[in-house]
Design a protein around this ligand. Structure first.
Ligand SMILES: NS(=O)(=O)c1ccc(C(=O)NCc2cccc(O)c2)cc1
Ligand SMILES: [Zn+2]
Length: 263
């Protein structure tokens, strides 16, 4: 789909540090969420995702993460509510993780790191006609962040884990259908933090309304180990590098307020 067919990265190095802070960027992501500094906003509505598993199309390794892509040519899979004024179309989801279970998430909560973080990427289909347009605009994107913890096996995730060996190398892609992304959301999606931020990979555009779930999901140690079996490198490269630590360093808050939907 348009939204991620060009999930391009100017920095190809897996551990790209790139500019630690985007030049002139004062709303960069990820950040540390200081719980006691977040401000309860009673006007925040419940989040209302409405996803059609029939829009799931393929999964691919873009050399930085693996992406599950959704057909975003209609409003079949959308996100509304929460801090959002408009309708946002799901275009892809992906993850960030560490080489060990001790770290891997991009956002932290009072400095607490999680072994991995899910990002569900949506773009504003009320205001823009395609992802490429929305990603350059201030209120163009909405990304749901969900922390992963090691625990019981996640039954819904297993269908995805089983297909990962087929996209082991950079630029590999396989058909992947009928996956309901809602199964990856925590039971409680009413409690979240939200703030104005950016993409966490180049071009780092400051277009994202971040919605970070308070409740994590659990995956098994073995399921996360399969994420680490992916490679940053393409089949032709002589030196294979395992896809781990694909997260960005935390960015300054620069006076931003993080709002919470709960007290
Ligand atoms: N980690 S993240 O959720 O902030 C994230 C989400 C989407 C993307 C992305 O789609 N990048 C590709 C891209 C960016 C700008 C314009 C394009 O045409 C494509 C990057 C990072
Ligand atoms: Zn991400």
């Amino acid at each position: 789909t348009a939204c991620s067919s060009k999930y391009v990265l100017s920095a190809l190095h897996p551990m790209w540090q790139g500019p630690l802070v985007a030049p002139g960027g004062n709303r960069q992501s990820p950040i540390d969420i200081r719980v006691r500094k977040s401000v309860f906003d009673p006007h925040l509505k419940p989040l209302t995702p409405d996803y059609d598993p029939g829009t799931c199309s393929q999964i691919w390794n873009n050399g930085y993460s693996f992406l599950v892509e959704y057909d975003d040519t209609t409003d079949k899979s959308i996100l509304k509510g929460g801090p959002l004024e408009d309708n946002f179309r799901l275009c892809q989801f992906h993850f960030h993780w560490g080489e060990s279970n001790a770290w891997g998430s991009e956002h932290t909560v009072d400095r607490r790191l999680f072994p991995a973080e899910l990002h569900m990427v949506h773009w504003n289909s009320n205001k823009y006609s395609r992802f490429e347009e929305a990603v350059m605009e201030e209120n163009g994107l909405a990304v749901i962040g969900v922390f992963l913890k090691i625990g019981k096996r996640h039954e819904g995730l297993q269908k995805l884990v089983d297909v990962l060996p087929a996209v082991r190398h950079k630029d590999s892609v396989v058909e992947f259908t009928r996956f309901d992304p809602a199964c990856l959301l925590p039971a409680n999606i009413d409690d979240y933090w939200t703030y104005a931020g950016s993409l966490t990979t180049p071009p780092l555009t400051e277009a994202v309304t971040w919605i970070i779930m308070k409740q994590h999901i659990e995956v098994s140690h073995d399921q996360l180990a399969v994420f680490r079996s992916l490679l940053f490198t393409s089949a032709e490269e002589e030196v294979q590098k395992s896809m781990v630590n694909n997260f960005r360093v935390q960015q300054p808050l620069r006076g931003r307020t993080v709002r919470s939907s709960f007290t």
